[in-house]
Design a protein around this ligand. Structure first.
Ligand SMILES: *Cc1c(COP(=O)(O)O)cnc(C)c1O
Length: 373
């Protein structure tokens, strides 16, 4: 059993993927070839925004967004401590400081009620994450941002394809950023990412930064980077995109089926012998980049599942404010108790669009047996 079965996905779309990749190998425009523009146009339509800008990774795309917004030394960015390192790493990388806000215990996303208290005169942007595959309440987040005249960057690396009140992830804030790392909901066969916006000026700035600070050849207007997405990877995504809606539906159905079968849907933190299943917030669809449960002893559960041949993963065993790289940000262990408890209790089960119901039943039975024994 695979945690995420990428080989099965390739087996199913093999002809489309091979044909698309072969076309690139034949035309030879390996950097910024025609597939890039074709993909960007399809991605913009999919998300429902005017501009999609592909990038070399979901980390680089976040950095490009921060740079394009002019964020640098002395600036503060409000974000969460319970996320993948990239979210806050890029803040340090541009010389700014992450200001962490604790998460909501129900959906693991930023606790919107705590955002305002974290805003200071130095705050230059809000950077919430749509963790595990569902979005936080961006209506409220955008309203707070508007009061302080701040841009909002959605880290939608795990939520591509998710919706909130019918609007797609990456299309509801000043900028949306996603990742095409192979294991993400829409993955290529290497590193990749994309940025989304309706702001023409910002789009132009991000396009320039992605390509050494220049929109025209040999004319560099700002400090940029080599942040381009590979044409071959764009070909892979062009072959996968037509299947994506079906995969998103399959993920949602499998996630709901997991929760139903695990039958312990509780919004309270996990208690001994109980399983906390994901809660899909009202108005949301969830793409389950991770199907993450809470249990009192997740290391023991992981070990028992491993014995039954069931792979699991822990996202994330340590909060960012506990990581040595963020030690100078002024936080202490204990500052973000909801995040710290999540880091102790979470464990993710196998999840991908091709998970069979019989494998899922095996996983459910093994989880229940392990937790009850
Ligand atoms: C994966 C991920 C990223 C970074 O994406 P890469 O493409 O791997 O650089 C950023 N933020 C979150 C929340 C992620 O899960």
């Amino acid at each position: 059993m695979e945690f995420i079965d990428l080989k099965e996905q390739y087996r199913r779309y093999r002809d489309d993927i091979n044909t698309r990749m072969q076309a690139v190998l034949d035309h030879g425009r390996y950097v910024m070839g025609p597939e890039i523009t074709e993909l960007e146009s399809q991605l913009a339509d999919y998300v429902g925004v005017n501009h999609a800008i592909t990038a070399s990774s979901g980390t680089d795309s976040l950095e490009i967004a921060l740079r394009a917004l002019g964020i640098g030394p002395g600036d503060e960015i409000v974000t969460v401590p319970f996320t993948w390192i990239s979210t806050a790493e890029v803040i340090l990388l541009v010389g700014a400081t992450p200001v962490f806000v604790d998460i909501d215990p129900v959906d693991f996303n930023i606790d919107v009620n705590r955002i305002e208290a974290a805003i200071t005169p130095r705050t230059k942007a809000l950077l919430p994450v749509s963790l595990f595959g569902q979005m936080p309440d961006y209506d409220r987040i955008n309203a707070i941002a508007a009061r302080y005249n701040l841009p909002v960057i959605e880290d939608g690396a795990q939520s591509f394809g998710a919706t909130r009140n019918g609007r797609r992830s990456c299309g509801v804030t000043t900028v949306g950023s996603t990742s095409f790392f192979p294991a993400k909901p829409l993955g290529c066969y290497g590193d990749g990412g994309a940025l989304f916006t309706n702001d023409d000026t910002l789009a132009e700035g991000m396009r320039a930064i992605r390509n050494h600070g220049g929109l025209q050849r040999h004319h560099h207007t700002c400090v940029g980077m080599n942040g381009r997405f590979d044409t071959l990877q764009a070909a892979v995504l062009l072959a996968k995109l037509p299947h994506f809606d079906r995969e998103v539906k399959s993920r949602a159905a499998l996630g709901a089926r997991y929760s139903d079968r695990l039958a312990a849907g509780t919004q309270a933190p996990a208690m001994a012998g109980r399983i906390g299943t994901p809660v899909v917030q009202p108005g949301n669809t969830h793409v389950y980049a991770q199907y993450t449960i809470r249990v009192a002893d997740r290391d023991e559960l992981g070990a028992k599942l491993k014995q039954s041949g069931i792979p699991t993963a822990v996202y994330y065993p340590k909060c960012l404010h506990e990581q040595p790289v963020f030690k100078d940000c002024g936080n202490n262990v204990g500052d973000f108790p909801v995040s710290e408890q999540a880091a102790r209790e979470v464990i993710s089960l196998p999840m991908h669009p091709f998970l069979t119901e019989s494998d899922q039943d095996k996983i459910v039975a093994a989880v229940k047996q392990a937790v009850d024994s």
